[in-house]
Design a protein around this ligand. Structure first.
Ligand code: G3I
Length: 453
């Protein structure tokens, strides 16, 4: 057995202490492999009138980042949707910005759900090219009525999402809240797509205008070929209306209950399966069922050519006049599928007065303005773009001038020209809307803004 001298013991004690502290220190010496730090460098590039690119350096161990954009360096005037916007990569495109405006950007890192401090703030100023269209958000400028947009479930993301949130505070399903989509076969409801649009609107504080419970052109074939009795048909329609309206109580502000019930030309009731199976008071029955399902939802009648055809408008008003005394209608929708060269501003104003004189809400519900009604153009010329701008301005001026009690919403029927229903309907190219195929703002958007002045 070796005798340990005192020096040996000291060496052992020192070694023991060295190991002890170095173990303790070991945890302090080796840096954490994923330090929770912000990106060391953030840069803005590709600045245009309405957009720019932001890129930043990656951080070891980052599971993602959050980007925030504001109009001030204290980050109080935030730019939706770029508010703590999650991004797993190291860059984003910031779009739908105002021209000639300075924007401030900061990024932070996310590691294991924890967020780092903010990066240094960088800023960039969008261009204000001479003649660039103003990019003021429509919903911010229209202070007395909602500005609506027709949307599709597949387009509730990306640049569509950014523009919807920036410009609009009311949504209409372009086609996914119609009977052929929501009630594809008897006893089998499918609200998947309707729910998606309603949920998106709820998440973004937007109204939903329900369109359209009953429409001859979106009636499922099983309804067209219904084999039961008339009473069974009526019971089925009642169940469909009450099931649908009840589902969206408190989420859908208003419904087009029956759409386009008046024939073109003669002003008669359109000979739809609903007229055939339920009788001439089918519209009243449908409105009654909506009232019973949700006394608070607003009931609209909606139709086209309400300005250009006095016969058709007067026939629709005759139907409406039967409903008013029974409190079975709240508003009237003029679809407003018009052209750059008509109807005139005075025709639009006179037709609108027929509705507002009845103390009903008026909805310009599906506005688009054909720039190429004669199919004699292959591109939107500057001249025609200015004429279209003027027509948008006139429509908005008329709407903005109606009595406050009749103001409800002005809804544009689609975002980008190339996606308009008009391309297929007329079978030739047109540019009817406020954004072009690349999401750029057009002069028609400027016309809308001018109409609000
Ligand atoms: O998005 C799908 C696509 O994924 C699929 O490949 C394609 C082929 O099946 O269909 C696409 O959906 C079509 C949708 O338009 C989008 O293009 C639907 O089938 C088609 O039925 C739908 O047509 C709509 C139409 O009403 C019928 O619901 C139009 O978008 C819409 O603009 C039009 O709107 C009507 C108003 O509701 C009432 N006033 C007139 C107006 C124009 O007709």
């Amino acid at each position: 057995m070796t005798i340990q001298t005192s020096s040996t013991r000291l060496v052992f004690l020192f070694s023991f202490l060295l190991v002890l502290f170095s173990c303790g220190d070991k945890e302090k010496i080796e840096p954490n492999t994923s330090d929770l730090i912000p990106p060391s460098s953030v840069a803005i590039s590709n600045i245009s009138d309405n957009a720019f690119r932001v890129d930043w350096t990656s951080v070891s161990g980052a599971e993602g980042y959050e980007a925030t954009v504001a109009r001030d360096d204290s980050f109080t005037d935030l730019v939706q949707p770029y508010v703590d916007l999650r991004e797993n990569g190291t860059g984003i495109n910031v779009i739908s910005l105002d021209t000639s405006t300075t924007y401030y950007v900061r990024i932070r890192t996310i590691i294991d759900g924890e967020k780092s401090a903010f990066s240094t703030t960088v800023n960039g100023t969008t261009l204000g090219a001479a003649g660039a269209e103003p990019t003021n958000a429509l919903k911010d400028e229209a202070t007395t009525f909602a500005v609506g947009m027709a949307v599709r479930v597949n387009n509730l993301s990306g640049q569509y999402d950014a523009i919807y949130k920036r410009e609009f505070n009311s949504l209409t399903a372009e086609y996914e809240m119609k009977m052929n989509i929501m009630y594809p076969s008897q006893g089998n409801y499918d609200f998947t797509r309707a729910d998606a649009i309603v949920d998106y609107a709820q998440e973004n504080g937007m109204h939903v205008h329900g369109h359209a419970l009953i429409w001859h052109a979106a009636t499922p074939s099983w309804v067209e070929n219904f084999s039961g009795t008339d009473q069974e048909f009526e019971d089925m329609v009642e169940d469909y209306i009450k099931t649908t309206v009840t589902r969206y109580i408190g989420k859908v502000r208003s419904w087009d209950v029956v759409n386009e019930a008046i024939e073109d030309g003669n002003g008669q009731l359109r000979n739809s399966v609903f007229l055939q199976r339920m009788g001439t008071d089918y519209i009243k029955k449908c409105h009654q069922w909506v009232r019973e399902a949700d006394p608070n939802v607003l009931i609209f009648y909606n139709d086209y050519n309400m300005v250009s055809s006095n016969t058709k408008r007067n026939a629709a008003l005759a139907v409406v006049d039967q409903l008013i005394p029974e409190d079975l209608i709240d508003g009237f929708g003029f679809q407003m599928h018009i052209s750059y060269n008509g109807p005139s501003k005075s025709q639009i104003a006179n037709a609108a007065k027929d509705v507002t004189d009845r103390n009903l809400l008026l909805h310009f519900s599906e506005l688009d303005v054909r720039a190429n009604p004669d199919n004699n153009m292959t591109m939107l010329t500057e001249t025609r773009a200015i004429e279209q701008q003027q027509k948008y301005k006139e429509v908005v001026e008329v709407y903005n001038a109606i009595p406050t009690d009749s103001k409800f919403a002005l809804t544009v029927w689609g975002l980008k020209d190339n996606e308009s229903w008009l391309q297929n309907f007329w079978g030739h190219i047109d540019w009817p809307l406020m954004y072009d195929d690349q999401f750029n703002i057009k002069k028609s958007h400027t016309g809308f803004l001018e109409g609000l002045q």
